[in-house]
Design a binder for this molecule. Structure first.
Ligand code: NDP
Length: 466
């Protein structure tokens, strides 16, 4: 049977754009449908605008630090509208670039919402297009709170459209987005309360990082309430009132909020995870399997339970990170239409949280390492960054290396501190190459940098071998 196209990609985000342009480059006939702006979450309501807002917000502490270096900084003010206009212009520029990349690659782009109407047919803007394969790359959207008054809250999507910087902000959720936005709002001058329902923020991260970032967040002036949750939201003359109460009063596992109380804010931002965007695609009718969280189930080749329908990016239950989506897009394009590809290595995917200070991490956490290795050596270092020694700021940089005590292989690197993401990226290469502690020790550092500490930690903090 002949089809209109070889591949129909639904969703023009990181995964969909990379897959379609590479597949087309290998000679496949490719069409792509996107109902919103090209670039998906990362470009429009994720990594890119977030990082731009983070950069801008960091100037507040930089300005304060400048005094220690002799600068007099007076009369500095901030123009939120200008910030947002410049951010929007940059995103529009990227949207255009994405469109041009697809056009040059020969991908036919349909601006509309697509639906799979039979196993090999996609309908978009009233047009039916047959395809040998269909790739679902529709990503996800922020989960909304299911509490009374929950509709008064915003999510990160709307945070990127705020017309002015709120004076009082409550951020709910101790994950990536919660920590990043708490820092952003604080930097632009808001009073920020960060509410997290668990004992520590950043579940899944190394325990030392989880605990130490909380100290830094508090030192940064953010009112962090762990073990707390909001029962209801209501609008009053004062603002949005959040009724906060300790969570799981019977649980020993939680640090309870000692003084359950009432918080008032101008904006309440929920950052409690993201939901795969699978509705309205026609997947149930086709019998495409999903897990209990709504993510599409795939095998190692990113094939769904209907093998000619593929799924990649945030719609599947793999690390929901842009570089992972790009890697999946490249893998599938090379495997189906190009020279083939090695499987993606997920064990050395590095990640950064652009909190203030940043977090960077790659490899196993201490708990994971203990679970997998009979003997784990822990090296750690905590110090005040040189740049801050002439300022009043007490922020500490923290670094940890985990090493298999039997084989000398490094198992994980973790860092809190300026440019942690930049530093950990290089160490992720080393980890992917199987670096040993001896090789780290043999590496000459660059002085004076923070990064050199990763090659100069000689004294083991502890050995875990029980
Ligand atoms: P995360 O999963 O990172 O964090 C969600 C947070 O909300 C967790 O702390 C979670 O706590 C908490 N939570 C979950 N349910 C509730 C609830 N009902 N009430 C209160 N708190 C709740 O999701 P985000 O929304 O922050 O980000 C989504 C994803 O986007 C990330 O996981 C990441 O994959 C990606 N991302 C990556 C970034 C980066 O690379 N820098 C930046 C931003 C997003 P607990 O886990 O303890 O249950």
């Amino acid at each position: 049977m002949s089809y209109d196209v070889d591949l129909f990609v639904i969703g023009g985000g990181s995964a969909g754009v990379r897959l379609s342009r590479m597949a087309s480059g290998f000679g496949a006939r490719v069409a792509l449908a996107e109902s919103g702006r090209l670039g998906g979450t990362c470009v429009n309501v994720g990594c890119v605008p977030k990082k731009l807002l983070v950069y801008g917000s960091e100037f507040r502490t930089e300005l304060a630090d400048m005094a220690g270096f002799g600068w007099h900084v007076e009369g500095v003010s901030h123009d939120w509208k200008k910030l947002f206009a410049n951010k929007d212009a940059e995103i529009a520029r990227l949207n255009t670039i994405y469109g041009r990349i697809l056009e040059r690659a020969g991908v036919v782009v349909h601006h509309g919402r697509a639906r799979i109407t039979d196993p090999h047919t996609v309908e978009v803007n009233g047009q039916r297009i047959t395809a040998e394969r269909i790739a679902v790359c529709t990503g996800g959207f922020p989960r909304r709170p299911q509490i009374p008054g929950g509709d008064l809250a915003i999510t990160s999507d709307e945070a990127f459209e705020l017309e002015a910087c709120p004076k009082r902000v409550i951020v709910v959720g101790g994950g990536y987005i919660g920590l990043e936005f708490a820092g952003i709002f604080k930097g632009y001058g808001a009073e920020v309360t960060l509410v997290h329902h668990g004992r520590h923020v950043l579940r899944g991260f190394d325990q030392s990082v989880r605990e130490r970032i909380e100290d830094e967040v508090r030192a940064h002036g953010i009112d962090l309430r762990t073990g707390s949750e909001i029962q209801r939201l209501s609008r009053t003359d004062e603002g949005i009132v959040a009724e906060l109460s300790p969570r799981g009063v019977a649980s020993d596992d939680l640090v309870l909020c000692e003084d359950p109380d009432r918080l008032v804010a101008d904006v309440v931002l929920y950052a409690i995870g993201r939901v795969p965007a699978t509705d309205g695609l026609g997947l149930d009718e086709l019998g495409v399997e999903r897990d209990r969280h709504g993510a599409i189930v795939v095998n190692g080749e990113y094939e769904t339970s209907v093998p000619h329908i593929l799924a990649l990016g945030d719609i599947i239950a793999y690390p929901r990170l842009t570089p992972v989506a790009l890697a999946q897009g490249m893998y599938v394009a090379r495997k189906l239409y190009g020279p083939g590809s090695e499987a993606i290595r997920y064990d050395t995917v590095a990640t950064a949280v652009f909190s203030q200070p940043n977090i960077g991490t790659v490899g196993l956490t201490e708990d994971e390492a203990r679970g997998r290795c009979a003997c784990v050596d822990v090296y750690e270092s905590s110090f005040r960054p040189m740049k801050l020694t002439m300022t009043g700021r007490q922020e500490k940089t923290y670094m940890k290396i985990l090493v298999d005590g039997d084989t000398d292989k490094v198992l994980g690197f973790h860092m809190i501190g300026p440019d942690a993401g930049e530093i950990i990226q290089g160490l992720a290469v080393a980890l992917t190459c199987g670096v040993t502690k001896t090789q780290l020790d043999a590496t000459i550092g660059i002085h004076p940098t923070a990064a050199e500490e990763f090659v100069t930690m000689r004294t083991r903090a502890r050995r875990l071998d029980d």
